[in-house]
Structure formats: structure tokens, C-alpha cells
Write a protein of this length. Structure first.
Length: 134
């Protein structure tokens, strides 16, 4: 059994932004071959004349069996003033050896404007890749 909590607070400023503040926190837990993660972020960007606030939720579950790893992830982000994004994805990873992994993922991505029903964007994503470590 394994579990840990995490938290991160970052604040920055530059010529374009009066401040950009992000609070990220969550929990990861696992037992044998199963892992669960839950995280949330709150972000506020202050441009001086306006503020943008975004809240995100990220969850995942993963199962590992020998060289195979299967995962399900769900993410949502709500920019309070303008839009909402959700993503649901399935992933698979095969570990050939300590240097090479193959990855496959498929998911659905939805983008919806809060003020206008005409600007919706639903997409299906599929990706395949290989990771080579040196």
C-alpha cells in the first residue's frame, strides 16, 4: 500500500501580467498493481484591468500487469469567465525493456463556450508513440 499527498503554490509576475498564481494539490494512492490519482488546481491571472480564474480537476486510475499498463484519465477545466473543457482518455503502455516503451492513447475532448452555443468543439484524439531512453 502506498499513498502520498502533494501541494504546490506558485506566483509569478511579468510585464504582461500583474500576477499569475497557481495552487495545485492532490492525492495519489496505490495498492499492488492499481494506482489512483486525484488533483485540483486553481489559477488566477491578474492583468491589472481584468482577472481570469480557472479551476481544474484531474483524476486517473491505472492498472499494471507485467510489462503492460492500462490507464483511464478524466480532466476538466473551467475558465469561469468564458469556457469549459473536458477530456476523457484511455491509455496503454508496453514496456519492452528499460530503454524502449510503446504508448497508445485515445480520448474525447470537448470545448464549450459559456456565452455562445455556436462555438462547441468536440474532438476524438488518437495517438501512438515510442519512447526511447538513453
Amino acid at each position: 500500500t502506498r499513498a502520498f499527498a502533494f501541494a504546490n503554490y506558485i506566483t509569478t509576475a511579468n510585464a504582461d501580467e500583474k500576477s499569475n498564481t497557481v495552487l495545485f494539490y492532490g492525492l495519489t494512492a496505490g495498492y499492488k498493481s492499481i494506482d489512483f490519482t486525484f488533483g485540483m488546481t486553481s489559477q488566477e491571472i491578474d492583468l491589472g484591468s481584468s482577472k481570469t480564474e480557472t479551476d481544474r480537476i484531474i483524476t486517473s486510475a491505472a492498472y499494471t500487469m507485467d510489462a503492460h499498463k492500462f490507464a483511464l484519465t478524466y480532466q476538466t477545466a473551467e475558465q469561469k469567465q468564458s469556457h469549459e473543457v473536458t477530456q476523457l482518455a484511455l491509455g496503454y503502455k508496453y514496456h519492452f525493456n528499460k530503454y524502449v516503451e510503446m504508448r497508445l492513447s485515445a480520448g474525447q475532448y470537448k470545448y464549450e463556450e459559456k456565452n455562445d452555443d455556436l462555438t462547441k468543439n468536440d474532438s476524438t484524439l488518437v495517438s501512438f508513440g515510442t519512447e526511447v531512453k538513453f
